[in-house]
Ligand binder design. Structure first.
Ligand code: GLV
Length: 308
């Protein structure tokens, strides 16, 4: 039996190396090189072309190679096998660091200092005490919670919006549809880490983005399609939004003539806020393969209906 490996445009060399180290006896096929589809027992994949997963008659599980499983939303005929999410704590550390960097960038006016340097201006800019600088986190899963708590330990005033009742230490929670507007109205920076699902597609539309104060900035680190790009652009242009850091886009990379590249209020990074490190992540993947072979349930399970 064999493991099928595919990681979209990111390539599989490092995964192959990490898996071979931990499972030296295993046969590993790298898509699209597939001597025999019937051999494939596990599909360790990310962004596999739609329809492909249904063509492996002996598949026992799909093991995601990335934090998000939204590529599975394109599937109309998913095989009836468990889909297992990837755990890699390094991803959460990286994404936290990314947010701390950009929040500090705005809070301490580093943008303005770059402009001042270009004009040889030496001038200090006031900023509020850190516990009055308000950062909101949208999407309070494992990674979102770590980001929110780290921002809080750093001193910012942190809140989050959740659909239903929860308690998270140190974080002010706004709950349910009625509390969405008050949540947004408070913020200096909004961090979006909502997974992309049928419900969150363009969740941050014109109406919802308008709830933010005009000076507010957005940091998007989950999926581009959670934000309505045209709405974002028009609010940036009219001065109803202060800026945006975009690490993710509905289609990646954005085309060379896409407006984001040259918009003065937008920072673009190439989907790097959190990277999965095969060296550490392969451990959870291998544990789940061994668990399934021993007849035990794998975890954590990805639910394609919910989208996370
Ligand atoms: C990256 O975006 C991932 O889903 O791992």
């Amino acid at each position: 039996m064999a493991i099928l490996l595919y990681n979209g445009t990111l390539g599989t060399d490092n995964w192959l190396q990490a898996l071979k180290q931990q499972l030296p006896e295993e046969t590993i096929y790298c898509y699209p090189q597939l001597p025999n589809k019937a051999d494939v027992e596990f599909a360790a994949v990310w962004n596999l072309p739609p329809g492909e997963l249904a063509t492996y008659p002996n598949l026992r599980a799909i093991l995601l190679l990335g934090a998000g499983g939204d590529f599975l939303m394109r599937e109309t005929n998913l095989p009836d096998v468990p889909i297992v999410r990837l755990i890699d704590e390094n991803v959460a550390y990286d994404m936290t660091q990314y947010c701390l960097y950009w929040v500090a960038h705005y809070y301490r006016h580093f943008d303005s200092y770059a402009r001042q340097q270009a004009e040889k201006i030496w001038q200090r800019i006031e900023y509020p005490p850190i516990d009055q600088y308000k950062v909101g986190v949208l999407g309070l899963g494992a990674i979102g919670t770590q980001i929110a708590q780290s921002l809080n330990y750093t001193g910012y005033q942190v809140s989050a919006w959740v659909q239903s009742h929860r308690e998270v230490e140190q974080i002010t929670l706004f709950q349910g549809v009625d509390e969405f507007a008050p949540f947004m109205a408070e913020l200096d920076v909004l961090v979006n880490i909502l997974p992309l699902t049928a419900d969150t597609h363009c969740f941050l539309n014109l109406e919802r983005l308008r709830l933010l104060p005009n000076h507010a900035k957005i940091i998007n680190i989950s999926r581009g399609a959670v934000i309505d790009e045209q709405a974002l652009r028009s609010l940036l242009d009219t001065g109803e939004l202060g800026g945006a850091v975009l690490d993710v886009f509905p289609s990646e990379p954005p085309s060379p003539n896409h407006w984001v590249w040259s918009h003065p209020k937008v920072k673009v990074t190439p989907h790097i806020s959190g990277q999965t490190y095969p060296r550490s992540a392969a451990k959870s993947l291998v544990d789940n393969i061994l668990r399934i072979r021993a007849g035990e349930p794998p975890f954590p399970i990805f639910d394609p209906q919910r989208g996370y």
